[in-house]
Design a protein around this ligand. Structure first.
Ligand code: SDX
Length: 428
């Protein structure tokens, strides 16, 4: 393959070097474009054709439905690893030894208490506040209580900030749910696993011991692994660009949480359940909703379907769909919503509109069915997505800072008014 791409413009030729990745992807490095063409830029709404960085963390092949974290397939990791191992792998690049894993978990446990004054911020929110808005605010507020987490330039300072947020974030997630349920804000236990502690903090009733359920532990561990990273998606790109100004890790994560909240992104898992509930209330009329999704005049989209990168099945959706069956069976739950979801999937996979546009179920299509079976309220689903995505955001932020990436500042094509003079108000 040639080493360069040539652009011909107004009779002039401009050469740009090609870069190859380890999975034989090719990028045209256009970093010299504006200078060499004296001002010409590219335009790519939604960055569908534009790479923002070189990254060694996650590889996706949308056509083949491949997802790997640091070279390990999502199928193997979901089957054989636990969430904290995957978090370590994403952040530091290698699966941890037993000693490294133990130290990482102990360092996280040592940081798993949140300043009591954070409860005063939480108390100020109405019970009806959306949990994603609460979580984003509390995450940003953590900066005020941990000022040393802001100016992290050394790997050691970065590590301290990382274990701080890995320890405190699950507490904020649990407190956000407990606030909604009118329960006291407390902690779990230090001598249990990371995921076990999340479940205990979320669900322990003040007047009884919390009994762990192996099915729920395994289901949540798997869901968190499946959500842990996904290369340069909307919220990760947000974390990176905010961090590129050298804003602190917690402030960058808070911005990522807000981006994930959107129904086109992480908020889709909540929107899927609301859609399935609406279909169920409409006598299971899936054909009506399929028609709405295909109607260009109707803003309705089939939530949980389609993906910017996957033009094949989202490998995570396959794993979650199987897990949904297993969890419901293990918990002895008959959920008609699951049957509606499967019916909708079967119809869409045969419908030319979806087939022609390569619209398949994505990670959000089935995940809500498991969260609901676990007793998690619908508007907390995206909070659970954020809990899973936390190590991926951290890994991407750390890579961006260690690579000394420049501050993110895109250009634009100006299409507004050309120069004109001010008009006094009595002459307008
Ligand atoms: C996540 O990027 C990531 O990696 C995200 C994520 C991660 O792990 O971080 O994987 C998590 O966000 C998953 C996606 C969750 N969102 C949804 O399920 C919402 C429903 N999906 C769509 O809104 C849409 O598919 C997107 C936003 C996911 C992707 O949109 P794109 O890539 O911008 O595609 P597009 O809007 O240009 O759609 C192409 C065509 C259009 O029709 P035409 O103009 O060609 O006629 O497909 C249609 C769209 O109208 N289309 C849909 C559809 N998704 C796309 N039509 C109906 N229902 C849908 N769901």
């Amino acid at each position: 393959m040639s080493e360069k791409a040539t652009l011909e413009l107004n009779g002039q030729k401009y050469d740009f070097p090609l870069k190859s990745g380890t999975e034989n992807e090719t990028a045209i490095d256009i970093s010299s474009l504006r200078n060499s063409t004296k001002g010409i830029i590219t335009l790519d709404s939604g960055f569908k054709n534009t790479g923002s960085c070189e990254s060694a963390i996650t590889f996706l092949d949308g056509e083949k439905g491949i997802l790997r974290y640091r070279g390990y397939s999502i199928e193997e990791l979901a089957e054989k690893a636990d969430f904290l191992e995957v978090a370590y792998l994403l952040i530091f690049g290698e699966l941890p030894t037993q000693e490294q894993n133990l130290k990482f978990h102990n360092d996280i446990k040592a940081q798993s208490v949140v300043d009591e004054d954070v409860k005063k911020i939480l108390d100020a929110f109405p019970k009806t506040a959306h949990p994603m808005g609460v979580l984003s605010s509390l995450t940003s507020a953590l900066t005020a209580f941990n000022p040393s987490s802001v100016n992290v330039n050394s790997e050691e300072d970065m590590y301290k900030a990382i274990v701080k947020i890995m320890g405190k974030f699950p507490v904020l997630v649990a407190w956000t749910l407990r606030k909604k349920n009118g329960l006291p804000l407390d902690y779990g236990e230090k001598n249990i696993g990371y995921v076990e502690n999340v479940l205990k903090m979320m669900f322990k009733q003040p007047n009884e011991d919390y009994v762990q359920n192996k099915v729920l532990i395994e289901a949540l561990d798997k869901l968190l692994i499946l959500h842990a990273d996904h290369e340069q998606n909307c919220s990760t790109s947000t974390v990176r660009i905010v961090g590129s100004s050298h804003a602190g890790l917690f402030a960058s994560l808070s911005a990522g949480i807000s981006a994930l909240w959107g129904p086109l992104h992480g908020g889709a898992n909540q929107a899927v359940l609301e859609m399935l509930e609406a279909i169920k209330a409409d006598d299971g009329d899936t054909k009506k909703y399929m028609a709405k999704a295909k109607d260009k005049n109707d803003p309705f989209r089939l939530m949980g379907f389609g993906h910017r990168v996957y033009k094949n099945f989202d490998p995570r959706a396959r794993i979650i769909k199987k897990a949904a069956d297993e969890v419901l069976e293990d918990l002895g739950i008959e959920d008609p919503i699951l049957d509606i979801a499967k019916g909708l999937e079967q119809e869409a996979l045969k419908d030319p509109y979806f087939v022609d546009r390569k619209l398949y179920p994505n990670v959000d299509f089935y995940s809500g069915i498991i969260y609901r079976a676990m007793g998690i309220p619908t508007d907390m689903f995206t909070v659970m997505f954020a809990l899973g995505r936390l190590p991926g955001w951290i890994a991407q932020w750390r890579e961006m800072r260690l690579n000394n990436e420049p501050i993110g500042r895109p250009r634009q094509l100006y299409v507004g008014a050309t120069e004109r003079s001010f008009v006094e108000v009595d002459k307008r």
